[in-house]
Write a protein that binds this ligand. Structure first.
Ligand code: PLP
Length: 399
């Protein structure tokens, strides 16, 4: 008797499924604006020069392939905490931060979910509406209840701050609010510094724990500028969690490099929390893969490589922001009705375009242009070579 034969196929991941459909599409004019991966002006996802150099150095001086500690490379954790919080940030100086190197930002989110399930079992995790579709899946897989709070003001293509603040006031003390540290996925809409402060005031007044998903540092306005939200929460004595990813800003997607930081109110609490983080990791993947963490630590700790990396992040950021402006101009040049200037105010790789499901479907079936069903465009998929055609085809489907 087969135990496995009766198992039905799981539904395809919507975004990854689109990537597969794109690959299989025989039309040579096809354009992929769906998957969340940076591409350069030639449509390639580059291996950063600083990463190549760090890998050369590591290969020239091999040490060991023995296990890393459960929480990963200490020098990686320290360097990446300083990148996120800023060196000299009070929680780091006060040793109030428990941490772990994790397999990507997804790994950090899953460890945070397991940590919450084990240690804050009655907490609901609140997510923005809309959010990255993997967010609810990750927390639900850990057995955590999730709910949504308003985030997007569709008519104005902006932040629904009033709706968000009203929802925070109704959250139960002890709940967790998941926020996108910068470059909100999928909307591209981030709070301003002043709005972040208002949000942080409301969250702390309510006794809710902030959890920041920080997957795009450097892709919005700059490495430091993009940490303005995180810093709004990093207050004296305040507790928060941060899930970082270096998939995008180091282009290390497949190496799986991320980090979890849990900021507690005292150094003693951080020591206890560290043991609980280690406990959930031990029974999950035991300890993280080393290579990506070694690459990132090598770059961040070497002034010359770090400078090179900052330059490469700037190049990626500028290209994305240039493409935002170029798309708005190309749409205007094509005479596409409507004001698309909101796209230049959005930040990060994604733009919520306002295209409907039907328009997205027509772009794919008639013009071989792939966009996520929500209307989310990966701006980094635009190039000087394809932008005019994209604008023209958008004009065809909205006109
Ligand atoms: N969080 C958000 C909002 C993302 O968009 C992504 C990647 O697409 C991640 C986290 C995690 O990325 P990774 O696990 O590849 O580091």
């Amino acid at each position: 008797i087969s135990m496995l034969e009766r198992i039905e196929a799981a539904p395809k991941d919507a975004i990854l499924g689109l990537g597969e459909a794109f690959k299989a599409d025989p039309r040579s004019e096809k354009i992929n604006l769906s998957v969340g991966v940076y591409q350069d002006e030639h449509g390639k996802t580059p291996l950063l020069e600083c990463v190549k150099e760090a890998e050369r150095r590591l290969a020239a001086n091999p040490t060991t392939k023995s296990y890393l500690p459960i929480s990963g490379l200490p020098e990686y954790c320290k360097a990446t905490a300083e990148l996120a919080f800023g060196a000299g940030n009070e929680p780091l100086v006060s040793k109030r931060v428990a941490w772990a190197q994790t397999p990507g930002g997804t790994g950090a989110l899953r460890v945070s979910a397991d940590f919450i399930a084990a240690n804050l079992p009655n907490s609901t995790v609140w997510m923005s509406e809309p959010t990255w579709p993997n967010h609810p899946q990750i927390f639900n897989a850990a057995g955590i209840a999730t709910k949504t709070y308003p985030y997007f003001d569709a008519p104005n293509n902006s932040l629904n701050l009033a709706g968000m603040l009203a929802a925070i006031e109704k959250m139960a003390a002890g709940d967790v609010i998941l926020l996108h540290g910068c470059c909100h996925n999928p909307t591209g809409i981030d709070p301003t510094a002043a709005e972040w402060k208002q949000i942080a005031d409301a969250v702390f007044a309510r006794g809710v724990m902030p959890l920041l998903d920080f997957a795009y540092q450097g892709f919005g306005d700059g490495l430091e500028e993009d940490a303005v939200g995180l810093k709004a929460f990093s207050r004296p004595g305040a507790e928060l969690m941060v899930c970082s990813s270096y998939s995008k800003n180091f282009g290390l997607y497949r190496e799986r490099v991320g980090a979890l930081f849990v900021v507690t109110s005292t150094a003693a609490a951080a020591a206890s929390v560290q043991t609980q983080i280690d406990k959930v990791i031990r029974s999950n993947y035991s300890n993280p893969p080393a290579h990506g963490g070694e690459v990132v630590a090598t770059i961040l700790r070497d002034p010359e490589l770090r400078k090179q990396w900052e330059g490469e992040v700037t190049t990626m950021r500028n290209r994305i922001n240039d493409m935002r402006h170029a798309l708005v101009e190309a749409l205007a040049a094509q005479g596409v009705p409507g004001d698309y200037s909101f796209m230049t105010r959005q930040r990060g790789m994604f733009s919520f375009s306002g295209l409907t499901k039907e328009q997205v479907e027509a772009l794919r079936s008639e013009y071989a242009i792939y966009i996520v069903g929500s209307g989310r465009i990966n701006v980094a998929g635009l190039t000087p070579a394809n932008i005019e055609r994209v604008a023209q085809c958008i004009g065809e489907v909205v006109g």
